[in-house]
Design a binder for this molecule. Structure first.
Ligand code: PHB
Length: 389
């Protein structure tokens, strides 16, 4: 009897020790689903976001709220037609705790709808679709980037302040292009300018020649464009090759020259853009971030890398507050909404619509860098029309 009792005690002790020695056994991992473009014109953007996110996690010892992480990755190809199926894979097949994505506004729209329908947690590290932090806003959808109209609005103000009177716009015909141009036009015309022609072409096509010919014949004071990634590289080079760079200033949101300067070369020198980030912002966090990113990936970070990094930082703050227990959803969201994120862009907070309130810089390309030459709008808050939480 005594012997049996001792054996049982020894067994119980061994079991207890096994749990103490490997607490992970008792804890679920945090399952993160990336839905981003890894092919197509925005592939570099998706990769930069992923790298930035993973850098932030590495700085947390590779964990979230003290827990190990499982990653699931879907290439959304920036294709809105495939978006509902792709996001449902993450929600229903993979049962992820949080979705991180995406770049393209049309794809993000489908993701936001699915997140609402299924009460899934969605963190948006780029796509600016205005409605997502407007009428479609929800507590479980948080954006760490910008809304499409915001950088455009800032540039409209800059263009009017510079005394330009007439502008032609050229953009991809989808939400990001339309809303970027809309923001520009609103501020530019409020400041006394006039958008005399709005030109567009389907995403992601890059047959710019006929439009450049038309711009040359209209001779506006300036041109405002929305392009990003591979399309931005080609537009800037074509604009220069057409001989327009020196005669008609080319303006845009900073996506025009972010992550693209190596490929654009001399064609981008001197261009003015507006964005919530610039390469050489001299704050300790940006300096540390840029050095760490360069060391980890051997390339310079861009705005997309920074947004991915801040998405990682935000999720780290949220999960820390709940000890990695993703079922404590309300506390997790609250912690993210109130987190003070030390961002390379400078301080920002989240609005009631879960969109960053942040400075928008005026930048100029100098020696292959997007250099901040001023602040176009301080503490810009998207109007978030129609958002009721
Ligand atoms: C968007 O589709 O919302 C979008 C894509 C690329 C950018 C910015 C916005 O650089």
């Amino acid at each position: 009897m005594n012997q049996r009792h001792n054996a049982l005690r020894a067994l119980a002790a061994a079991v207890a020790l096994a749990f103490v020695a490997s607490p992970a056994l008792a804890q679920e991992k945090v399952k993160v689903g990336f839905m981003l473009p890894y092919t197509g014109t925005f592939a570099a953007l998706g990769n930069a976001i992923t790298n930035g996110f993973k850098l932030a996690i590495a700085e947390q010892g590779g964990k979230l709220g003290g827990r190990d992480i499982d990653y699931v990755t879907v290439d959304d190809e920036s294709d809105p037609a495939k978006a509902p199926e792709n996001v449902n894979k993450l929600i229903k097949r993979d049962n992820v705790d949080v979705i991180v994505g995406t770049v393209h506004s049309g794809v993000a729209m489908a993701m936001a709808k699915a997140a609402k329908d299924n009460n899934a947690l969605l963190l948006i590290p780029n796509a600016g679709q205005d409605e997502i932090t407007g009428p479609l806003c929800a507590p479980n959808i948080i954006r760490t980037s910008f809304s499409n109209s915001s950088p455009g609005y800032a540039m409209g103000k800059v263009a009017a302040d510079r005394g330009y009177k007439t502008v032609v716009t050229l953009a991809w015909k989808y939400a990001a292009g339309d809303q970027s141009v809309g923001g520009f036009k609103e501020a530019f015309e409020k400041g006394g300018g006039k958008v005399v022609k709005e030109l567009s072409l389907p995403f992601p096509t890059v047959e710019f020649q006929p439009f450049l010919t038309e711009i040359a014949s209209i001779k506006p004071d300036a041109v405002y464009v929305f392009f990003a990634g591979g399309g931005a590289v080609k537009l800037v080079k074509d604009y220069d090759a057409a001989g327009l760079r020196k005669t008609i200033p080319l303006l845009g949101p900073g996506f025009l020259t972010d992550g693209t300067l190596e490929a654009q070369g001399a064609s981008a020198e001197g261009l003015l853009t507006t964005l919530h980030y610039a390469d050489e912002l001299d704050n300790p966090k940006n300096n540390a971030f840029r050095a760490a990113y360069k060391k980890a990936y051997n390339v310079e970070p861009d705005v997309y890398a920074m947004q991915g990094y801040d998405t990682g930082q935000l999720l780290a703050a949220g999960t820390k507050a709940v000890g990695g227990d993703m079922k404590k959803r309300d506390a997790l969201i609250k912690a993210m909404q109130t987190a003070k994120i030390d961002s390379p862009r400078g301080p920002f907070s989240l609005s009631k619509a879960n969109n960053p309130v942040q400075d928008i810089y005026l930048r100029q390309v100098v020696n292959k860098q997007n250099k901040a030459i001023g602040i176009a709008i301080k503490g810009y808050a998207d109007p978030a029309v129609g958002c009721k939480m």
